[in-house]
Design a protein around this ligand. Structure first.
Ligand SMILES: Cc1cc2nc3c(=O)[nH]c(=O)nc-3n(C[C@H](O)[C@H](O)[C@H](O)COP(=O)(O)OP(=O)(O)OC[C@H]3O[C@@H](n4cnc5c(N)ncnc54)[C@H](O)[C@@H]3O)c2cc1C
Length: 483
């Protein structure tokens, strides 16, 4: 089956028997009808519809190498710079559709699987079947257009830092048994964003060291969400309501985060990509260039998000008549400079792309790692600027119902802006509130700070990936030795 459409996406989710806990209850009805998920599912369904539209299908898809049928462009293994451009255009189109507010739109993990599938050979060092499983799974995701979430990190109680402080064996996820049918796995994974609005989940935790020959903590696999023994425990929903006027962002883009608990889950052998070797786990993430390929997708998303923030800020400037104040201009200029930097880094990553050992055209890592380093700093500052310019306008926000009430006349008279009636101006400020100051906005900020790892990891990736720095040190040495 080639690309799916929005309806098929919804049908697949609704027919899943996944065990989902929300607000202390097990979800019984269709997931697409629940207010915590309905908005996101509808947004994501529209993304899938965009793939198949007559006017966009040639840019959103490519011919499957297996069947010739159209499959999602974000699965494309780039062999040339032109392929990178095709991937970027597609990812940019989806990012523009969700204005960058979906951190985990499906193209993120499609890209991840593309990187993993392309580097599958590396896994044969451990066992040839692991390489086949990874390749087959990539092809399965591509051909079935699987929506995938992932859980890479584990709860604090399962970490090495716990072991080092308490000397107690951490409660880390582990393979508890190995049968003829597969691995039996138990344990928890701290965070899968969009866990319940995806069909399957890739689990690939950082492994604790072990004295056993087959490290029970080292594994990677992918399973359907409704496998027996799998539970998703949702945090509180940040979808403040279904009105798109009152809650323009959270009604559409609330990506639920879930704690994933596995209780003696049978993972079929053909879904196991790695087991027993923590060094291979680390090598595979690094040598598959996961962070580089994903970084390319993320940068497309972050450019769309920054454009949308800039558009919101400029709208505030216009409606409040702030455009002549130098301190306001300086702040907007900061955002423009951030946006132009991101765009330049994207161009540089493609212009300096080189073939890698897997035969892929690999975007230049340094500009992408630079973007991953910068954005967690840029984003909170841009949000701060929305707060600084929005000021009290961010809180005095009547809702849709107030405009239909006896209070409407006063609201319409006193809350209008320059060349904008009160309904439109309040709508703009409701957007700015959700973006900068609501619970939804707070989570977005946290996401941008951490989704690619904490600042230490992101900095190390950039530092370790910058081979030129040694040449520059040599240059200084030579300079100091000159007469
Ligand atoms: C909104 C959101 C969505 C996410 N979605 C996903 C997802 O879908 N899938 C997924 O796998 N992960 C997801 N993540 C997790 C993300 O990958 C982690 O947040 C990130 O890797 C940081 O890990 P942590 O949150 O456990 O922080 P911690 O490791 O608990 O770190 C806390 C703080 O301590 C510091 N610290 C910790 N250890 C050290 C050390 N050794 N040396 C110096 N400083 C240290 C860190 O720098 C950080 O400031 C998500 C995170 C967020 C916030």
């Amino acid at each position: 089956m080639p690309i799916k459409n929005g309806l098929q996406y919804v049908e697949r989710l609704d027919s899943s028997k996944a065990c989902i806990w929300i607000r202390g209850e097990r979800l019984t009805g269709p997931v697409s009808q629940h207010p915590a998920f309905a908005g996101l599912i509808s947004t994501q369904a529209a993304l899938y519809d965009l793939q198949g539209r007559e006017e966009t299908i040639s840019r959103m898809t490519y011919a499957s190498p297996a069947t010739g049928a159209p499959v999602g462009m974000s699965f494309l293994q780039p062999r040339t710079k032109a392929d990178l451009e095709r991937r970027r255009q597609m990812m940019g189109m989806w990012a523009e559709a969700h204005h960058g507010f979906l951190g985990r739109a499906p193209d993120y993990m499609n890209t991840g699987m593309m990187a993993f599938g392309s580097a599958a050979d590396l896994l044969s060092d451990l066992h040839p079947s692991y390489a086949d499983n990874m390749r087959n799974y990539y092809e399965y995701c591509r051909e079935q257009d699987i929506t995938l979430s992932h859980a890479f990190i584990v709860p604090h109680a399962a970490r090495l830092s716990t072991l080092m402080k308490t000397f107690e064996e951490p409660d880390a996820p582990r393979v508890v048994d190995k049968t003829k049918d597969g691995l039996i796995v138990s344990g928890a994974f701290l965070l899968a964003t969009q866990g319940v609005t995806a069909e399957e989940i890739l689990i690939f935790p950082p492994a604790l060291p072990s004295i056993h020959e087959d490290n029970p903590h080292a594994f990677a696999f992918a399973i359907p969400n409704d496998l027996p023994g799998v539970q998703f425990i949702c945090r509180e929903s940040l979808a403040a309501g279904s009105s798109k006027y009152d809650y323009p962002l959270s009604s559409r883009f609330e990506e639920m985060d879930t704690l994933v608990v596995l209780d003696h889950v049978l993972v079929p052998h053909e879904r196991v990509f790695l087991y027993g070797d923590e060094h291979m786990a680390a090598r595979f993430i690094e040598e598959s260039h996961f962070h580089t390929h994903a970084g390319h997708q993320v940068l497309c998303k972050n450019i769309a998000k920054t454009e949308f923030l800039l558009g919101t800020l400029e709208s505030i400037v216009q409606v409040l008549g702030l455009g002549t104040y130098p301190q306001v201009i300086e702040k907007i200029a900061e955002v423009i400079a951030g946006l132009e930097t991101l765009k330049a880094l994207l161009i540089a990553s493609e212009a300096n792309a080189k073939p890698d050992r897997w035969g892929l055209m690999l975007p230049d890592t340094k500009p992408l790692y630079t973007a991953s380093f910068l954005f967690p700093k840029l984003y909170p500052r841009m949000i701060e600027i929305v707060q600084l310019l929005g000021a009290s306008g961010l809180v005095m926000l009547p809702g849709e119902l107030d405009f239909q009430s006896g209070a409407a006349a006063g609201i319409e008279r006193y809350l209008r802006g320059i060349d904008m009636d009160a309904k439109a101006k309040v709508g703009l400020f409701r957007l700015a509130w959700e973006m900068s100051s609501s619970a939804f906005g707070g989570r977005q900020c946290l996401y941008e700070r951490f989704f690619f790892g904490d600042a230490v990891k992101v900095s190390s990736r950039l530092y370790n990936g910058c081979a030129d720095k040694k040449d520059y040190a040599e240059q200084v040495k030579r300079f100091l030795q000159e007469d």
